[in-house]
Write a protein that binds this ligand. Structure first.
Ligand SMILES: [Zn+2]
Length: 354
């Protein structure tokens, strides 16, 4: 996970405080308010969110039938979706087109991910502070977790209000890249290989052995094969994978991995986060080998010119940093310094990085 400095607000994202509705939604809102029917009806965004909160709490909306509530809620949710989606471009501008969780480089659509999920906690559905850019698999994996019952229990507060629930989720239960400068260190990455029916973790030095090579990227089999050198022996075409180090159960780290499904070795070939992360490992290793051919500081500077660009194209900042750190600490330090800009990895929070 790449720690980022995210602004508390962004001038390019400013949803209107007054929201005008027409059609069935306007008619139902006017029915609730007991006013004469007009083609258009305007209410505060805050009220839109409060009506959705009633629904999230399982409470009826007074003044309309159950069927009408469904129509109203659908209309209000559509409006909220339209509003928060306008944050996609400002988010990309500010933090780069990378998934905030897995690090995937996003070629097109950036999903506006709600750290505090919008369905159970609609009061934060349009709040800039609550957004991060994400890929589809991470966003889907996270879904509506944690639900209100889970967050209430985690808060330890008898009757938590919306702020209490939000603070519980954001400050106590998980690791977030915009709030935890040490997220990179707390979710370390490890290269594993498969042998004798089990996955075996490689130590950092063996993980970046100069003879390690990617040999196959098999989407159908959902598998990455590599040649790796272990104890001076080359193992040819063994399955490899990069996992986020599985912390002990019931830790904030383990809960974060579970929440985002970072180690899901999904049966779906559409979720290739782990495969791509593993490929990025070997991309970074190849880059290190290239840099390692430099015979002088001048050579290294020449070779280094393309490094930040190739890293940003590959994505997976944390993978690149991990490989560089294991290969040569000076590479890691230079990588951090030269990529923290709008061309490569904008707004990286380097406070706790090498
Ligand atoms: Zn992702």
């Amino acid at each position: 996970m790449r720690p980022v400095k995210k602004s508390s607000n962004n001038q390019s994202y400013a949803p209107d405080a007054a929201q005008s509705f027409s059609g069935a939604v306007a008619a139902l809102l006017q029915k609730i308010d007991g006013v004469a029917t007009q083609p258009n009806y305007t209410i505060d965004l805050d009220r839109v969110l409060k009506l959705l909160l009633e629904r999230a709490k399982g409470l009826p909306i007074a003044g309309v039938t159950a069927v009408e509530q469904d129509v109203l809620v659908t209309g209000l949710k559509q409006r909220v979706t339209t509003l928060y989606k306008t944050a996609a471009l400002p988010l990309t501008q500010e933090l780069g087109a990378f998934c905030a969780y897995c690090g995937t480089a996003l070629p097109g659509l950036v999903e506006v991910e709600h750290t505090v999920p919008k369905a159970p906690y609609p009061m934060y559905a349009t709040t800039w502070e609550n957004f991060l850019p994400a890929c589809g698999p991470c966003n889907t994996s996270k879904g509506n977790k944690p639900d209100r019952i889970t967050a209430t229990q985690s808060s330890g507060i008898h009757a938590p209000d919306e702020t209490d629930l939000r603070n519980t989720i954001r400050y106590h239960c998980y690791i977030w890249p915009d709030l935890a400068p040490d997220c990179y260190r707390r979710l370390p990455l490890k290269l594993h290989y498969h042998d004798s029916n089990r996955w075996i973790e490689l130590d950092p030095a063996t993980s970046v052995n100069g003879n390690n090579q990617l040999t196959a990227y098999d989407v159908i089999q959902h598998q990455i094969l590599a040649t790796i050198e272990v104890n001076h022996t080359l193992l040819n075409d063994v399955p490899v994978t990069v996992v986020v180090d599985c912390a002990a159960h019931d830790t904030v780290e383990a809960d974060t991995i579970d929440l985002t499904g970072l180690n899901d070795d999904s049966s779906s070939i559409y979720d290739r986060r782990q495969m791509n992360r593993t490929r990025a490992w070997f991309d970074a290793l190849e880059e290190c080998r290239l840099l390692g051919t430099a015979q002088s500081g001048y050579d290294l500077d020449l070779l280094w010119k393309g490094t930040p660009r190739r890293a940003a194209s590959s994505g997976f900042y944390a993978v690149w940093l991990t490989v560089m750190q294991a290969y040569g600490a000076h590479y890691a330090t230079r990588f951090v310094q030269e990529t923290k800009n709008s061309l490569y990895y904008p707004q990286t929070n380097t406070h706790s990085l090498p």
